[in-house]
Design a protein around this ligand. Sequence first.
Ligand code: IPE
Ligand code: IPE
Ligand code: MG
Length: 241
Amino acid sequence: MAQSKENIPRHVAVIMDGNGRWAEKRKLPRVMGHNAGMRSMREIVRRSSDMGIEYLTVYAFSTENWKRSEEEVGGIFRLLVKFVDSDLEELYRNNVRVNVLGDWRKLPAAAVDRLEKTIERTKENDGMCFNICLNYGSRAEITDAVRELAQKVKSGEIEPEDIDEQAISGALLTGKFDIPDPDLLIRTSGEIRISNYLLWQIAYSEMIFTDILWPDLDPDTYEELVLSYKDRDRRFGGRNK
Ligand code: IPE
Ligand code: IPE
Ligand code: MG
């Protein structure tokens, strides 16, 4: 696993999709798919950290996911509590720092409690930064950032001319946590869409869409996908040759 750091993306963002279909294929309740998805997430976090990825950002629950049944939504949050209870010490030992992005304080109390505990326990760690997007929506994030900047103009703290791309990036949740833009975005389950994820931040990210359902994504395959990044020719509008 001794890869040169130049070959791997600094920041990998993941849309963990396909839990429901994984369960349906097995005639299991959807929540069993989310359970398998949590197991997959645990493995991917471990492998990412072993590979030396600096930032891993996962989409765990969107602002739109509240449209699902109460049973499914409740099940997802119960699994999140279970994940933290079983994995927090391992994350801590592996020097992983956990951030949570989104309006996660609106989650059920048990989940909020565990998330607070996780953030507090890992805040001094300086290994991989693991960002969990929970009750996250990119448009909501951008809206909040715009409102914050407007307030600053209103109070005279800044002038309208001070609002540049850097100021906007800094006012986003990722900016507040000093998370750079993703180099690579991976979405599982065959859907080729972004679903309100990191819209501003992925302006120049490389993207991989795989048909593999999230619970089926094993760490070796994940590592191969991440390493395929080295063959991408990132031009950012310029010319490399
Ligand atoms: C992703 O899996 C997990 C969440 C959105 C919480 P899905 O539950 O969306 O799985 P599919 O897309 O229905 O297969
Ligand atoms: C995106 O998946 C959100 C998460 C993975 C948490 P969805 O399954 O909610 O996306 P759509 O509805 O298919 O676009
Ligand atoms: Mg889905």
